[in-house]
Design a binder for this molecule. Structure first.
Ligand code: SF4
Length: 333
């Protein structure tokens, strides 16, 4: 099923702001972030640790707890603002329309209930379903995610890491949500199992047509698996593009460095440059472009003073950089 960006987005995030109120001061973890996720699309978020990508996942699912506060913006899922929902509406909305897969399946699963009981609970908490029918649905879901249905009465500790993560995916799929948030869903697994599970998730997405907001620090996995990618730096979105284009033609100096920080097996051999310095302290982020203290091509004066906005530099490709912006003008983009 092809992704059509002309459809109404399933998830619209607009001008999202998240702060952590700490003893050291207010950490502006997410600053004015906007993006869309379309039907049947995988939208990936990437960036260094602390860039705000997981905070966005937690904000979208509204599981942020103090000292984290959403201080501005809108999060619209199927046109409904998640931030305006009451507790009961939100409880129903989660799992029925939007579900979550986190990194550690062992933490997500209840150790004293069998996987079957946990899938059945998820179904019966939202839809009036007789136990026998819910158990049959659980058996079907286990089959769908590649677990032998005969393991329905196994406890989480009796399953391998890969099977536990598959069980979490089965729970996430139980109510056929339109959007699944996946935050480092396979990070704890070895690369072979990781690849298998990601391929299965893609097949399930194509079969059921849900959308995925995919968050990982693993850039190669992100490029391979996502339709479009947003690059985060210091709480801001600095580049958004189809994944192939961002991989082949990154336009933001930070993205260029990021793409150069991991080796390719098939491409030409080249030195990896890495990114000099460290991400800024978000209690007092740098003025102008937040990347300017680490940027080797910063424009004297302008980059320290003027904050770059995300602008379209070529079709479906947005960049927040004064340099990319002037090149787009030069090339008529
Ligand atoms: Fe570098 Fe300036 Fe672009 Fe920021 S705006 S990435 S400092 S060139």
């Amino acid at each position: 099923m092809a992704v059509k960006l002309v459809d109404e987005p399933r998830l619209k995030v607009r001008n999202l702001q998240v702060e952590y109120h700490t003893r050291r001061g207010i950490v502006r973890a997410v600053q004015d972030v906007s993006f869309d996720v379309y039907p049947n699309e995988v939208f990936g978020l990437a960036g260094e640790s602390g860039c705000g990508k997981s905070t966005i996942a937690h904000a979208v699912t509204r599981i942020l707890k103090p000292p984290a506060y959403i201080t501005g913006g809108e999060i619209l899922c199927n046109g409904t603002d998640i931030l305006m929902m009451g507790t009961e509406t939100l409880r129903r909305f989660r799992w029925e329309h939007m579900s979550i897969v986190f990194q550690s399946a062992m933490n997500a699963l209840n150790p004293v209930l069998t996987v079957g009981e946990q899938i059945i609970d998820a179904i019966q908490a939202h839809v009036l379903t007789p136990k026998k029918q819910a158990r049959q649905q659980a058996l079907d879901l286990l089959q769908i995610v590649g677990i032998d249905p005969g393991r329905i009465d196994s406890y989480p500790h009796q399953l391998s890491g890969g099977m536990r993560q598959r069980a979490v995916i089965a729970i996430a799929l139980a109510l056929k949500p339109e959007l699944i948030i996946m935050d480092e869903p396979t990070t704890a697994l070895d690369v072979v199992v990781q690849k298998q599970i990601m391929q299965e998730i893609r097949q399930l997405k194509n079969k059921f047509g849900f959308s995925i907001l995919f968050i990982t620090h693993d850039l190669s996995l992100l490029v391979e698996f996502s339709d479009r990618i947003g690059i985060m730096y210091a709480g801001e979105l600095v580049e958004v593009s189809p994944s192939r284009e961002i991989f082949q033609n990154p336009r933001h100096p930070y993205t260029m460095r990021l793409m150069n920080s991991f080796p390719t097996i098939t491409g030409p051999r080249q030195d990896m440059l890495g990114i000099p310095g460290a991400p800024p302290d978000l209690v007092s982020p740098p003025s102008g472009c937040r990347f300017h203290p680490r940027c080797s091509v910063a424009l004297a004066g302008r980059c320290q003073e003027e904050h770059p906005l995300l602008k379209t530099v070529s079709p479906r490709h947005e960049v927040a950089c004064h340099l990319a912006e002037s090149e787009a003008v030069k090339h008529g983009g």
